[in-house]
Design a protein around this ligand. Structure first.
Ligand code: AKG
Ligand code: FE2
Length: 169
């Protein structure tokens, strides 16, 4: 990603030190008799930098929001899905977008997923990369200390808010 943005190739990698956050979430979605009323996971953006998702073969349910419409994300067998988190959207000044996604329930089939969330070091400032900014390309997000960012992630999720929207200039 740093190469694509013509940044120093270690710009992002340097922010993932031994203190960087890594968190696994194992998801089990039991069959639900009323998929029309109940979501498996409410709409949200992942708060970290990158998420790696593994969904059991042929299981549907994950959807992504684009232009106000929900689209199924079809996971091929034995593939990993890489999702961009809000932290990466901020650091790339919005060039890479963190998609809003949700999980539907299924009336007959259960669903398993494994997600690994990777976040930058909590001592890092989370801010648009200075190399992406100049007098014509202004910062689209205000900077925030990693500690404060992580402290607010779950609270914002509960309130249905996204951090990138709060930090938008
Ligand atoms: O279970 C899934 O497929 C996705 C779960 C998810 O979006 C998350 O844990 O952030
Ligand atoms: Fe997610």
């Amino acid at each position: 990603m740093a190469n694509l943005l013509k940044l120093d190739e270690n710009y992002f990698a340097n922010r993932f030190t031994s203190k960087a956050l890594a968190l696994a979430r194992l998801g089990y979605y039991p069959p639900c008799p009323r998929p029309d009323l109940v979501l498996g996971f409410k709409p949200h953006c992942d708060g970290g930098a990158l998420s790696i998702l593994f969904v059991e073969e042929h299981t549907r349910g994950l959807q992504v929001l684009k232009d106000g419409k929900w689209y199924d994300v079809l996971c091929e067998p034995y593939t990993l899905l890489i999702n961009i988190g809000e932290c990466m959207e901020i650091m790339t000044n919005g060039i890479f977008k963190s998609p809003t996604h949700r999980v539907l329930t299924n009336a007959v089939k259960e669903r398993f997923s494994v997600v690994m969330f990777y976040g930058v070091d909590e001592e890092t400032m989370i801010e648009p990369a200075p190399g992406l900014l100049d007098e014509k390309r202004l910062a689209n997000y205000t900077k925030v200390h990693g500690n404060d960012y992580y402290a607010s992630v779950f609270g914002h999720f509960r309130q249905g808010k996204t951090i990138k929207d709060i930090l938008k200039v």
